[in-house]
Design a protein around this ligand. Sequence first.
Ligand code: FES
Length: 460
Amino acid sequence: MQNSLWLKDLENAMAFPTLDTSVDCDVCIVGGGLSGIYTAYLLAKKGLKVVLLEAKPSFAIGTTGHSTGKLTPQHGVVFSKLIKNFSIDEVATYYQANKKAIESALQVASKDTFQKVDSYLYATTISGLQTIENELYAYKEANIAGYGTKETELPFDITGALKMEDTAQIHPPKFAAHFVNLALKEGAALYTNTRVTKVEIDEKFVLTDYDVKVSYKKLVLCTHYPIESIKGLITTKLSIDRSYLLASPTKELWKGQYLSVENASRTIRTGLVSDAPYFIYGGGSHIAGEVEETQTYYEELKEEMMSTFNLEEPSFMWSAQDPNTPDKIPYIGVISDDTPDLYIATGYRKWGLSNSLVAGEIISCSITHENHPAAKLYSPTRDQFGKNLLRGLSTIGFVTANLAEGYLTRTEAPKCTHLGCKTRWNDGDETWDCPCHGSRYDKNGNVIEGPAVYPLKLKK
Ligand code: FES
């Protein structure tokens, strides 16, 4: 059962008209989460004619409305991993791009939609402490602000922590709503309940589910998993994870937000929602579409949260889905060299909020022919036939195996409308999930997560 704390009283707060007549524009952006909204705002501010289309009834109620709301350049244990595949300068560029994008957005964000807090990675084991020390080494090498500490607000013993000061946490849909309003003021045309079902790359238009045409000069796909993913071999490069979040009423707000570095990672923060303090706890990652009994993930987290933090039964439980790239840097920019007018923003891992802001900056700079220092690093074309070829082949193998396995073992399960894999019933969220590229459908077959754009055909 999906019941995100962030959508409390806000399900339809940012509903806009459905697009019902054909339009021309400079830039058509598909996907009204924080990436699409922020990109629309930056481009409209530069004077371009922007159209933003969202399939859901309201903006920022999909991935953005199901996130943790952490807005920080501390993206888990990542810098010690990046340093193995990228130069120190590139690792520093990743950090600086996120840090600066957050700072720029917070300068114009509505003050009641975010709080400044410190971010911590923490360990409870000796091997976890080694992970923290390796990460700290990468921080020093790449000149990343952070230091080791044992002082935290956690009510249990830790072996060590890595603190990054002066980061932020947000109320995601409210934060995004401010930029929706700014985009509108700058002249962007915004539509919800408008699903794009067809992309005509050569003729430069998209069609909506009501056959309304949007002609564009540039197209930006901010649909989480790109609805056009054959170009640039994106389907071979992304893997999809799911994870779980709970929220219970609490008495006090914390000054920090936390993430454990152990294998069974846990995320922790507090937040004020409708003037009431909540404790937010999450974890339990697995490959999307691979698990039927997802209720067990909620149950495990619930018991842990209530006993460790002395909290009452959670009043909100929800799940999140995250596309991952093989090298841990998102794909932001032109999807392939032969399609210079088609942009994507995806592969944020679990750090979509700050990377959404980076996406807005990189894509808006690229469209207006300005340099962005991180554009090359984030480019989706960076690894087409390079070191990630093996990973691409393994993804193809994974999808093929799932396709075959589905037809052998789930003969009655509905067929995904993306590329035909058999879906799997998810009992915790009451959805049909596709293991191949992560499309999800509600129990009535309606798309809630792409790349699929058409509903399931369910047997009566
Ligand atoms: Fe691609 Fe289902 S998401 S086949």
